[in-house]
Write a protein that binds this ligand. Sequence first.
Ligand code: HPA
Length: 237
Amino acid sequence: MTSTPHIAPKAQIAETILLPGDPLRAKFIRENYFTDAAEFNSVRNMLGYTGRYKGKTLSVMGTGMGMPSIGIYSYELINFFGVKNLIRTGSCGALQENVRLFDIILALAASTDSAYGAQFLLPGQYAPCASWKLLNACASCAARLGAAVRAGNILSSDRFYDDSAEAALPWKKMGVLAIEMETAALYMNAARHGANALSILTVSDLIPARGEISAKERETAFSGMIELALETAVEVS
Ligand code: HPA
């Protein structure tokens, strides 16, 4: 089996993969949702598993935090392992007052302050956007499950800690719903290399900080998003 610097597969990788940032969340998904699961990666402890869910073979793997990290893993999954559908299941900080803790956001598009896209030598601004196939499937799964979702523009930022307390304000004025750190690179890699990508995000913080959630709450808070992502994965597989 092909190996890359960051993925040395010990088992097959499915065409459809869920991508949480935290590798331990990948393990949680394997333990709580998959049957017949096998670990396919443990390089750098970036755990990846392939298993069965509702009759389909799916994979799940951590991506780490930030665009350099998800940029590496999504590039290798698409170009070396034939992955076609990449569904990020992540967390985000809400920017708009009407977005609440634990809300689920579908990232229609990902604005960014990162230079990740400079490599593509585009003579203007590129708008990284979700795959319609995945987004449409996810919206119908959400309707079927009765899960409330919001869809809109998000910001993929290179900074969790910004020197300026007001850094997010111009994005908020433009209606950006929330901030996270990965989606723009994922969407750009998918577009450039012919794959489908969607980010489903759960609000874990409010910006500026207005309360926090505990580790336990974080675990259960993410279950709605994980189930929605799994149903979407089944629908497109
Ligand atoms: N900023 C950036 N990324 C995040 C945040 C945040 O507040 N919360 C969860 N991911």
